[in-house]
Design a protein around this ligand. Structure first.
Ligand SMILES: [Fe+2]
Ligand SMILES: [Fe+2]
Length: 319
């Protein structure tokens, strides 16, 4: 078998080069953020908010744990060497994300509580269902159609499944509470947004291989999967926000993100929701700017590295 080396000098692949550079420039580690400063604020939060916050972090840890390896399943199966390279780069960031939640846990919770939370992850059926739904697509790739659906699964994970969890940390940070943990969430969100755009693009490229009838059929399958993921996400959100009055706003936020994920594969929005319908405090986090940390924090020297990064804009990916 003749093996080909990846040639990044090929100018035909500017989009791939742009997305690779964008991800590499976004490199960060949780140690750059002074999460310790949140401890006092945390201790004084309402107990139901604390509980939801802890469950949220635990649930997000599961998503990033699974996606670290999950996304490499897709990398293994794509032919395009640039896509392989980018997906494995993304995987490294998923690993950073999964680890960063532990940095927050170490600050906020004792070992006993952390153990309870990891057990909660295993015992929460709505959470297990939402993750299994996607992982099953990664584990059953036998042809290009399966590969397409695995990419749609990844689009759902990156573009929809995180946002029920992101809502509360963004909402709190936007009011000056838990700003450092919120900054970590912001950095993760910035990566996930890039991953959504990337995986969406790869899915669109793959779709070009099929004839018109098949394209239509696959788009229908994608929409039906996205709808199913949305429904499971709402179920899980009801568990997370059971004792808090935010569920309607959380659902609106998820719907907004469903529409965004659909736009990444050139499909029509599913919900009649615009940016203006989302809580502006939370939307501010979605804009992926890093100003929250700079504004509130007195430390974070190493953070200079990430603040130099240009804000990610959709226009960056028009080519
Ligand atoms: Fe992630
Ligand atoms: Fe991701």
């Amino acid at each position: 078998m003749r093996r080909k080396a990846i040639n990044w000098n090929d100018i035909e692949n500017k989009f791939y080069d742009d997305i690779y550079k964008k991800q590499a420039e976004q490199y960060w580690l949780p140690e750059e953020i002074p999460v310790n400063d949140d401890k006092l604020v945390y201790d004084n939060l309402d107990k139901d908010i604390k509980e939801a916050y802890e469950h949220i972090l635990a649930g997000l840890t599961l998503l990033d744990t699974e996606q670290t390896v999950g996304i490499t399943e897709i990398a293994k199966r794509v032919d395009n060497l640039f896509q392989k390279s980018i997906l494995t780069l993304f995987a490294g960031f998923e690993s950073i994300h999964a680890r960063s939640y532990s940095t927050i846990f170490q600050t906020l919770c004792n070992t006993k509580r952390i153990d309870e939370l990891f057990l909660w992850v295993e015992n929460t059926k709505e959470l297990q269902k939402k993750v299994n739904n996607i992982i099953s697509k990664y584990q059953n790739i036998n042809d290009d159609e399966d590969l397409f659906m695995a990419m749609i699964g990844s689009l759902c994970l990156e573009g929809i499944c995180f946002y029920s969890g992101f809502y509360l940390p963004l909402w709190l940070a936007g009011q000056g509470k838990m700003v450092n943990s919120g900054e970590i969430i912001n950095l993760i969100l910035r990566d996930e947004k890039l991953h959504t755009i990337g995986v969406g693009f790869f899915a669109k490229e793959l779709l070009k291989k099929f004839d018109e009838n098949k394209k239509e059929e696959l788009n229908k399958k994608a929409i039906s999967m996205i709808k199913e993921v949305y429904e499971v996400e709402v179920e899980y959100s009801k568990v997370l926000y059971e004792k808090l009055p935010y569920i309607d706003e959380v659902i609106t936020y998820i719907q907004f993100n469903v529409n965004y994920a659909l736009s990444c594969i050139d499909l029509e929005p599913m919900f009649d929701i615009t940016e203006n319908d989302v809580n502006p405090i939370v939307m501010n986090g979605y804009s992926t700017e890093t100003k929250t940390h700079d504004f509130f924090s007195t430390k974070g020297n190493g953070y200079i590295k990430t603040t130099k990064v240009e804000e990610l804009e959709d226009e960056d990916f028009y080519f």
